[in-house]
Every structure is written in structure tokens, then in C-alpha cells.
Design a protein around this ligand. Sequence first.
Ligand code: PLP
Length: 379
Amino acid sequence: MTGSAFGPQFYLDHNATAPVRPAAIAAVEAALRRCGNPSSVHGAGRAARRTVEDARDAVAALVGADSVGVIFTSGGTEANFLALNGAGRTRVLASTIEHSAVLNARDGIELVPVTADGVVDLARLEAMLTAGGAPALVSVMLANNETGVIQPLEDVVRLAHAHGALVHTDAVQAAGKIAVDMASLGVDMLSLSAHKIGGPQGVGAVVLAPGVSVAGIVTGGGQERGRRGGTENVPGIAGFGAAAVEALAELNGFTALASMRDGMERAVRKICPGAVVYGERAPRLPNTSFLSMPGVKAETQVMAFDLAGIAVSAGSACSSGKVAASRVLRAMGAADADNAVRVSLGASSKESDVSAFLDAWASLYTRRGDGRAAAQPAA
Ligand code: PLP
């Protein structure tokens, strides 16, 4: 992304939010300019309904699902909330690296640990399921927002289903970055958020597999087949649909970002061989790198990069705007958790963005005091 009046010069924080695609802006604007409630029976209402249903088809196609299973929500947070609270299961198991939108969705969630590579511990999951109790709901994200580590969902599903448990996956970060096929994953419920794929903020969906149902939390006027009441956010949904169409069409291009990311990690290691890339031994999203700068606090790094016009983050975006040490890295038992920042590339990222990051990285590392020997020019 090049600099604009609206953003930093070098935007490397696509996992926090992605730039809105021009096609999504056009779809939002077109929907805003039309008047019509999708529940009205007249022509204007039917046109609004068509907009919503076209978007539903596009969102379903992005994750290989049936349109009838798509329930539009106000975003990924509400999608996770609805899945965890609407599925009718009293026992919920979730991995320790889930987004707070899952971990704070209800009380009493039983935590499944992860390995040092940031992958859910399948043996522990199986032991917890075997220990018995009421039929459970297991929630394991498809890809982690901080490390990008892709979780072994097929194995989670196999274990969970063998114990009569349902499986929900938070696919907010995976969708549009890797191919997602709900049927082959075998999950029962999946959450999405539009603003991570170049749609508008404030709209998302929970997608149900055939035969799976949720009880609506907000019932109101019975919209979304009684599963989420309230007049639909037609402009937001239209933008979500437009973004889903493009994200699906551009999946191969997104995969190619891995070589840019890998080159960046190699260059960081040339500057400082002790830099740690978290989760690098596991399969990862092609765009994400969570890396430490030994001896420099994440908060200091984020501010220094910001001064250089570079947007990165210290993990998941926090509503308070504070930079806190990563809970995900702590769950992985990482020693250097306070010193890690997340770089997340996007479709519009260029080598010049990465070069700017590497120059700033080298300069900051050199200035840290004891880094003189490692201060090589970024390759
Ligand atoms: N789940 C994950 C993995 C996320 O990264 C996020 C956003 O950061 C969310 C859920 C929440 O989505 P939303 O911002 O649409 O509420």
C-alpha cells in the first residue's frame, strides 16, 4: 500500500484490517443509494433482498458452503458469540490461542493447550474429550491472527465428532488467505469477518454446515431465518459480498505473498541471527510473520516503526489501543514474548514496503545499544 492522506506510508497490518476494495466501496455506495428494506414485499424491498441474497451466495462460495447456512452478523465477534452460545452445548472447549472474541464469549470455557509451535495439542484435546461430561462444542481457529499458524482442523473434527462434539472454527483470518472448504474440513460452524478480506468493518457471518442449527441470541423480527433478528445491514452485506467474490478470485495471488514474507524473514535473520519467527515450523498463512527483535520491547518497536511511516502491530489489535505482551506467545511458552511484532502483508503489499520495514528494523536494532556487531545493511 502506498501512503495516502488516510493511512501510513507502508501498511503492514492487514491482519488487523485490510484496505477496503474499490469493488466493496462501490457495492456499499450502490446499496446506500437504493431505498428498500429486504423484508418489504414491494419492488424496492425485493431489490434489497436480492442484494442480501447475492452477497450470501458469494460469502458461501468463499468457504465452500451452502448459502442457506450463512447468517449475517455485525462481525467476527458476534459470529463467534452466536456460535458458542447458540449451539445449545453447555460444555465448551477452546484452544488457548483463540481470539478474545471466542475466549470471552461465555464463562466456563475449558482451555486446550497448544504446542511450542502454536498448534493445538491434539493429545490433550482427545484426553479432555475422553474425560467425559456433557456433549461438547470444540472451538479451534483455522489460522491464528498473530502467528498465522494454521490449525489441524481435520484432526480436531475427527476427534471431536468421535466424542459426539460439535466443532466451530473461527476462520476470520484464514478466509481469503488460504483455500477454505467447509465440507472438506468437516466443521459444523465457521465464523467470518468482512473487514479482514477487504470488505467494510462491522459485518461478518457465522456459517452453518447442513443440518446444524443455532438458536438466535437476538431474535427480534425473525430476520436471517430467526437466527439473528434486526433489519439486515444491507450496505455492509453488499460490500462483504463484493469482497468475498474478489478474495476468492485472488486466492492464488495471496498465496504468492509467502515468498515476499519468507524473504523478509531471511533478511531479518541476516541482521540478527537470534531473531525468532514464532510458529515458523508449522504451516502458516502466507502473509503473516510474528518476529522478535531481541532486547527491544514490542511497544518501542511499534512506536518506532510508526514514526517511520510503517504500520505493524504487537499482536491482535486491542480496543484500548495499548500494546500488551502477546497472550498467544505466552500460551506457546515463548521466552521473548515481550519483544515480538506482527507483520501482515496484503494483496497490495510491495517489495518496497518490505524494504522500508527492513531498513527501519536494522536501524532500530542497531540503536538498541548492544547490537553494534549485528548492524549489517538489510539484504
Ligand atoms: N477472530 C479473529 C481471529 C480475529 O482476528 C478477529 C479480529 O481481529 C475477530 C475474530 C473479530 O472480528 P471483528 O473485528 O469482525 O469483530
